[in-house]
Design a protein around this ligand. Structure first.
Ligand code: ADP
Length: 258
């Protein structure tokens, strides 16, 4: 059976006005449950705890204070899981939660524990929903506890379970030769086989309002997969329905493989 990891970014979960993107979450639940029914092993890596926390408290921007961000992640994570649980239940799909810290990359025992939990869940036909433990793993500079960003977490999880494919859902159709939200003549790359410095340059700086990764972090994720001879498709979170076609091999988004 094929193992698929799907990583969804905050920009696909939270609307620009700060409300929850219910149709995206519902579609995601539908498509992933359907895949699970058809025998695929599916793991969801989700961002969005802080974004949902802001929504719960009716705040409109991420506070500068780190402890407040931790609190928001802690508040938002429960609400996010509650949303997923409800949406997946509509399709009779059971889910579980795994909150990871960098322990799983730094300590072999922790890695083995995570691997064991994930494979037990998959063998029980449950879709594990993975996020970074953002209440504990603090800001981007904290290399002791933090993975870096959730794109990297997606790649680490894909590596952990030896996934056949990582599908990365962003707010953009794929990787372009320049930022398409700034330049209308930007051209999409259909395939990428190597992460070059030139490519990193094209990927530019950080992206959307809530997201923290930007294209640079998507390239770093692809690099981790390349080292492990794994594959990744970068596509738009507005195209969740096309996940089945992507798995079937249709050319959608940007396909990263060696
Ligand atoms: P998400 O939170 O969904 O993962 P990000 O905001 O982290 O999304 O990254 C996507 C954003 O990266 C795009 O909306 C775009 O503004 C920006 N970007 C910068 N350079 C590029 C590029 N070369 N190709 C595509 N997107 C780019």
């Amino acid at each position: 059976s094929r193992r698929i990891v799907i990583k969804i970014g905050t920009s696909s979960l939270i609307l620009p006005n700060g409300k929850i993107n219910l149709s995206n979450i519902d579609e995601l639940a539908f498509v992933l449950s359907d895949l699970n029914n058809k025998g695929y092993e599916v793991i969801l890596v989700t961002s969005g705890a802080v974004g949902v926390g802001l929504n719960v408290l009716g705040m409109d921007k991420r506070p500068a204070d780190i402890a407040t961000q931790q609190a928001l992640a802690s508040i938002g994570q429960v609400e996010l899981m509650s949303l997923y649980t409800q949406m997946f239940r509509r399709y009779s799909q059971k889910v579980s939660q795994l909150l990871l810290t960098r322990d799983v990359t730094d300590f072999p025992t922790s890695r083995e524990n995570a691997e064991n939990a994930l494979s037990a869940l998959l063998s029980m036909n449950i879709i594990p929903i993975v996020n970074e433990n953002d209440a504990i793993a603090v800001d981007e500079m904290d290399h002791q506890t933090k993975f870096g960003d959730n794109d990297k977490l997606g790649a680490i999880v894909a590596k952990l379970v030896d996934a056949d494919l990582l599908i990365m859902l962003s707010d953009i159709d794929g990787l372009y030769d320049k930022n398409p939200t700034i330049y209308d003549d930007a051209q999409i790359f259909r395939e990428i086989h190597e992460i070059t410095d030139e490519l990193r340059e094209m990927a530019g700086g950080a992206g959307s309002r809530f997201g923290t990764g930007g294209m640079t972090s998507k390239l770093s994720a692809a690099q981790i997969l390349f080292e492990n001879r794994q594959e990744m498709v970068l596509t738009n979170g507005a195209r969740i329905r096309e996940i089945r076609e992507i798995i079937a091999g249709k050319e959608i988004g940007t396909y990263f493989y060696r």
